[in-house]
Ligand binder design. Structure first.
Ligand SMILES: [Zn+2]
Ligand SMILES: [Zn+2]
Length: 463
């Protein structure tokens, strides 16, 4: 009896002591400059009966310390069950409870066990980085649990050209808009689809269903952001899928994560390969390249040349263009500028993803640029992404029709460089080619100052 009473006290006492109260744990440390880009896990024991965990981070000025958290299910790379959110360098404080969480984090029960806070320095000044974490555990009962609300998968069943943006951020990472603001703006700009790509978190994907409407398709994604080795977009992933970023090129892990994206029916796209930190992973397993990120600039020009080299080696990579918008600001990357226009069998997740894979895709600076680019030979006609058989002795007829684009120059490119030109007034443009003179053909439309206005994926010519 005494033994039983002691056990009863042991179980009940901590709860009685702390019910309705908070307990605060402080952890601190120092990171030398050599510690840049090294993962540091700070373990915290969470007792039974906690309804909310809250973390406040502080560190010495001049440094950047990114932050995320893993639950008791574990934190080893690839452990999706353990992942509970990431805010990178965008927040200094976050919370998680049963029914809600800070943006970037996954709401749900705060289970007892060992949690791990991940801190990851992406800038460390010469005298180092002193950091402190204040962890507040609030005792109490979880009253209600967050319900996942995935985006609808179909908006309509009509085949056609659909315009969309494949790269954007909200408050769920370092963007400044709410999800609702982003959706409203996409509808105002007459986009047909958007792909949600927050840095290293799938938290926004858990609630896109709340913003479903009859005009706009929302597709899940994630920007896999390795500050040290470059960024890539996992687009079309399932709501529950989380793509880990914690590996270096020499670990040879990226293929495994691209496989996960493919298993969900999605695509892996290399982002802004020449922006700031270069893209250091092997490009071979990736499906496409974001060759146009925001306003056209010299980094995009380099990305275009890099992509063209893949084409010259017969390697099919889909070229995409996207805004990478973070805020609604005339000086920032604007939603829908540029946009990726894809021919799809329906305005649906599967339709858009399969259209992108086929490569019947062009990129446009804005909504008012439409184009149609085809090549025909021997009674057959092919569109971008397709292969046209061009037997010797036949003639290839290439034609391009565009909406009115004032003062633009249209150029026809192949593996031999520019092979034909036209002014925008001459429309539709038509050229003839001999079989065997080009392995692929594609179009660029530029303003007089060289700024890109539109760009197609290639039509492949098989001799
Ligand atoms: Zn990026
Ligand atoms: Zn981005």
């Amino acid at each position: 009896m005494i033994k039983g009473f002691a056990l009863f006290c042991f179980l009940l006492f901590p709860f009685l002591l702390f019910a309705g109260q908070d307990t605060v744990i402080v952890r601190s440390g120092h990171i030398d400059p050599q510690g840049i880009f090294k993962l540091v896990y700070v373990p915290v024991e969470v007792p039974v009966g906690i309804k909310e965990i809250r973390i406040r981070e502080s560190y010495t000025y001049g440094n950047v310390l990114n932050m995320g958290i893993y639950g008791p299910e574990g934190y080893e790379p690839g452990n999706t069950a353990g992942f509970r959110g990431w805010s990178g360098g965008a927040k200094n404080e976050f919370y998680i409870n049963g029914s809600s969480a800070s943006t970037g984090y996954i709401p749900g029960k705060v289970k007892a066990g060992t949690w791990n806070i991940l801190i990851y320095p992406s800038n460390v000044i010469a005298k180092g980085l002193d950091w402190k974490l204040e962890i507040t555990l609030s005792f109490g009962k979880t009253e209600s649990l967050f319900q996942v609300s995935p985006a609808q998968k179909v908006v309509n069943h009509l085949p056609g050209w659909y315009r969309g943006d494949l790269h954007m951020h909200t408050l769920h990472s370092d963007g400044k808009r709410t999800q609702q603001e982003l959706v409203n703006e996409a509808i105002d700009k007459k986009l047909d689809y958007i792909i949600s790509t927050e840095h290293n978190t799938n938290s926004a994907n858990q609630s896109w269903g709340k913003y479903d409407n009859d005009h706009l398709l929302i597709i899940n994604g994630e920007e896999v952001t390795t500050t040290a080795y470059g960024h890539w977009n996992a687009i079309g992933i399932n709501t529950g899928t989380y793509i880990d970023w914690r590996y270096a090129p020499e670990d040879h892990q990226v293929e495994k994560y691209i496989d996960l994206v493919h298993q969900d029916g999605g695509l892996a796209i290399i982002n802004h390969p020449f922006y700031a930190n270069l893209f250091l992973f092997d490009a071979t397993p990736f499906d496409g390249i974001e060759i146009w990120n925001g306003s056209w600039d010299k980094d995009d020009e380099r990305a275009l040349h890099w992509w063209d080299e893949f084409l010259q080696h017969g390697k099919k990579k889909i070229a995409i263009g996207a805004s990478d918008t973070h805020k609604n600001n005339p000086y920032d990357n604007n939603l829908g500028q540029p946009q990726t226009v894809v021919y799809a069998g329906s305005l649906s997740r599967n339709g858009i993803l399969s259209g992108l894979k086929k490569g019947n895709v062009y990129l446009a600076a804005s909504n008012n640029i439409n184009l149609s680019f085809t090549a025909s030979c021997n009674g057959k006609k092919s569109k971008t992404g397709e292969v046209l058989n061009t037997p010797a002795g036949q003639t290839i007829t290439v034609s391009l029709t565009t909406s009115f684009i004032p003062d633009a120059e249209l150029t026809l490119h192949s593996d031999q460089g520019i092979i034909a030109r036209a002014a925008s007034s001459e429309k539709p443009a038509q050229w003839t080619l001999k079989p065997g003179t080009a392995r692929y053909i594609r179009i660029e439309i530029r303003a007089k100052n060289g700024t890109m206005l539109a760009l197609t994926n290639p039509i492949w010519l098989n001799n």
